[in-house]
Ligand binder design. Structure first.
Ligand code: NDP
Length: 496
C-alpha cells in the first residue's frame, strides 16, 4: 500500500511538500482503503512544471523516430503488464475485468499507433509565388503540457493525451482524478521502467480544486488538455482564455440510440444494453436516451427489460460480473437523485431505480440498471448527463422526429441509429449533430485510429485519437528560405 510518496517529479517519487495525503478506496467495498496518495498543491505543481521545463529542450531535440521507439517500448511493457493493470483498475475504479482489459488495450493501441508517427510526415512543402524560395510548414511542440483526467477510463484517457504529446516532443505534468491515483502511479512507474528520461513526464496526485487548478494557472504550462465534466471544462477553458493558454476540452455527453421500425430489434437491444449499462453507465458515450419508433416500441421495451433483468451485478473482480459498482457514494447518491427528478416530471420506471443492498453488494456502490419509460425530450433526465446506469425511452413517429429529438440537447458526442434501410442510415449520418455517428452499432466502441470528440457543449473543437491527435499538442511553424542568386529583394504580392 502506498504511503503518500506518489508524486513523480524529476524522476523521483516524492511526498507532497505540505505532507498531506488522501486515501483511495475500492468502490465494490468502500471500507477497503487501497492506498494513501500525495495531496498536492501549487508548490508541488510548481516543482513538477520546473522539472518538465528543464527537460523540454533536450526532449524537443530528440529525433522523432527515437521518441517513437520509446513509445513502442512502452506499448510492449503495457502488453506485459496488461493483466496486472486490469486487476488493479477493477479494484480502484470498479469496472468489470473484461472492460478493464479493454481500457488498457486502448493504451497499448495508442502507444503503437503513435510510435509510427515518429516516422510519418509532420508537415508539407508548398510552392512559393516567388522564384527560388523554399516554403514549408511543419509541426513543432508546444512545450510543457498539463493533463487533467477523469476516473472512468483511468489508463485510456491519460494515454490518449500523453502519447501524442510525448511523440510531438512536449514534456508533461499530469493531474489524474482523485478516485484513481493508484492507476496513475502504475502507469508512471511503467514509463520510468521503459526508460522515459528524467523530467519528461511528471505526476502530481491530488484534488481538482487544488492541484488541478494550480496546474491550469501555472506559469510555464503552455497548453492544458482536459477531460471531465462540462462545468469544470468551461471553467478551465475560461481561465485558459484569460491566460492565453491553449486548451483542449473533451467533456460530457447526452448520447442517444435511435431504433427505427425496420431495425433488427435483437441487435439494437444488445447495443442499448452495452451503451446504457456498460461501465455502469459511466462513459461519456453512454446512451441515456433510447429514441424508439412507436410501431416497435412495445416489443423493443419488453425485450430490453427482459435482457436487463438478466444482467449480473457483482464486484468487478468476480469473473461472472457484467456490471460493477459506480465509482463512489457521492456518485451513487447523485444518480439516485435523478430517479425522483424523472418521476416528478412524469416518467415511469420499467425496471431499476434503486441502489442494491443485498450482500455482498451492500459493501459497495452498486446501482440497479434502470430504464425509464414515457421520457419526453424536455425532461431533465433527457437533457442532463446522469453518468450512471440509467436510460429512458422516448417514443417517436418516424425518422424526422427521431433526428430532431436526437439533436435536441446541448451535447454532441455520440449518436447511433438502427435501421435496415441504407437511405435512412445515410440521412442520419448527414443530419445527426455529433462528433461520432454509429449506424447499427452502439454509441460506445470508438477505435483509436479515428478522431474522438464532440460538438456543442461536449468540447471546444479539438479531437483526440486518430491522425488529428497531434493537433492540440503542436503548433504550426511556416518557413521561407531564399536560395536565389543575387541581391534582389523580391516582395510577395508586390514584385510578382
Ligand atoms: P470532473 O470534471 O469532476 O473531473 C475531471 C478532472 O478534473 C479530475 O481530475 C478532477 O479532479 C479535475 N478537476 C475538478 N475540478 C477542477 C478544477 N477546478 N480545476 C482543475 N481541475 C479540476 O469530472 P469527473 O471526474 O467526474 O468525470 C466525469 C465527467 O467526465 C463526465 O461528465 C464525462 O462525460 C466526462 N468525460 C468525458 C469524456 C470525453 O472524452 N468527452 C471521456 C470521459 C469522461 P478530482 O478528481 O480531484 O475532482
Amino acid at each position: 500500500m502506498t504511503d503518500g510518496t506518489t508524486n513523480f517529479i524529476n524522476g523521483e517519487w516524492v511526498a507532497a511538500v505540505g505532507g498531506a495525503v488522501f486515501a483511495s478506496t475500492n468502490p465494490a467495498n468502500t471500507s477497503q482503503t487501497l492506498g494513501l496518495y500525495a495531496r498536492s498543491d501549487q508548490r508541488d505543481v510548481a516543482l513538477a512544471v520546473a522539472a518538465a521545463k528543464a527537460a523540454y529542450p533536450a526532449w524537443r531535440k530528440t529525433p522523432a523516430p527515437a521518441r517513437g521507439a520509446l513509445l513502442t517500448k512502452i506499448g510492449r511493457l503495457l502488453e506485459e503488464r496488461k493483466e496486472a493493470f486490469s486487476q488493479a483498475m477493477v479494484n480502484e475504479m470498479g469496472k468489470v475485468l473484461v472492460e478493464a482489459r479493454g481500457d488498457v488495450q486502448e493504451a497499448i493501441d495508442m502507444a503503437h499507433y503513435m510510435a509510427a508517427f515518429g516516422r510519418l510526415p509532420s508537415g508539407s512543402v508548398v510552392p512559393s509565388e516567388r522564384p527560388d524560395i523554399y516554403c514549408s510548414a511543419r509541426r513543432v511542440p508546444v512545450g510543457v503540457v498539463g493533463l487533467i483526467t477523469p476516473w472512468n477510463f483511468p489508463i485510456a484517457v491519460p494515454t490518449w493525451k500523453m502519447f501524442p504529446a510525448l511523440l510531438a516532443g512536449n514534456t508533461v505534468v499530469w493531474k489524474p482524478a482523485e478516485d484513481t491515483p493508484g492507476m496513475a502511479v502504475l502507469l508512471i512507474q511503467l514509463l520510468a521502467d521503459a526508460g522515459v528520461p528524467t523530467g519528461i513526464v511528471n505526476l502530481v496526485t491530488g484534488y481538482g480544486e487544488e492541484a488541478g487548478a494550480a496546474l491550469v494557472e501555472a506559469e510555464g504550462v503552455s497548453t492544458i488538455s482536459f477531460t471531465g465534466s462540462t462545468s469544470v471544462g468551461k471553467h478551465i477553458a475560461g481561465r485558459c482564455g484569460q491566460l492565453m493558454k491553449r486548451v483542449s476540452c473533451e467533456l460530457g455527453g447526452k448520447n442517444a440510440i435511435v431504433v427505427l421500425d425496420d431495425a433488427d430489434i435483437e441487435l439494437a437491444v444488445k447495443g442499448c444494453l452495452w451503451s446504457a449499462f456498460g461501465t455502469a453507465g459511466q462513459r461519456c458515450t453512454a446512451a441515456s436516451r433510447l429514441i424508439v419508433d412507436k410501431r416497435i416500441k412495445a416489443h423493443f421495451a419488453e425485450r430490453l427489460v427482459a435482457e436487463t433483468l438478466k444482467l449480473r451485478m457483482a464486484p468487478g473482480a468476480d469473473p461472472t460480473a457484467q456490471i460493477g459498482p459506480v465509482v463512489n457514494r457521492t456518485q451513487l447518491e447523485r444518480i439516485h437523485s435523478y430517479i425522483a427528478i424523472g418521476q416528478n416530471e412524469g416518467a415511469t420506471l420499467l425496471t431499476g431505480g434503486t441502489p442494491l443492498t443485498d450482500a455482498p453488494l451492500d459493501k459497495g456502490c452498486f446501482y440497479a440498471p434502470t430504464i425509464f419509460d414515457s421520457m419526453t425530450p424536455g425532461m431533465r433526465i433527457a437533457q442532463e448527463e446522469i453518468f450512471g446506469p440509467v436510460t429512458g425511452i422516448i417514443t417517436v413517429d418516424g425518422l424526422d422526429e427521431a433526428i430532431a429529438i436526437a439533436n435536441g440537447t446541448d451535447y454532441g458526442l455520440s449518436l447511433s441509429l438502427y435501421t435496415a434501410n441504407l437511405r435512412r442510415g445515410m440521412r442520419a449520418l448527414d443530419e445527426l449533430e455529433s462528433g461520432i455517428v454509429y449506424i447499427n452499432l452502439p454509441t460506445s466502441g470508438a477505435e483509436i485510429q479515428l478522431p474522438f470528440g464532440g460538438v456543442k457543449n461536449t468540447g471546444n473543437g479539438h479531437r483526440e485519437a486518430g491522425w488529428m491527435a497531434m493537433d492540440w499538442c503542436t503548433e504550426w511553424k511556416a518557413a521561407y528560405i531564399n536560395y536565389a542568386e543575387g541581391s534582389e529583394l523580391v516582395r510577395a504580392q508586390i514584385d510578382v
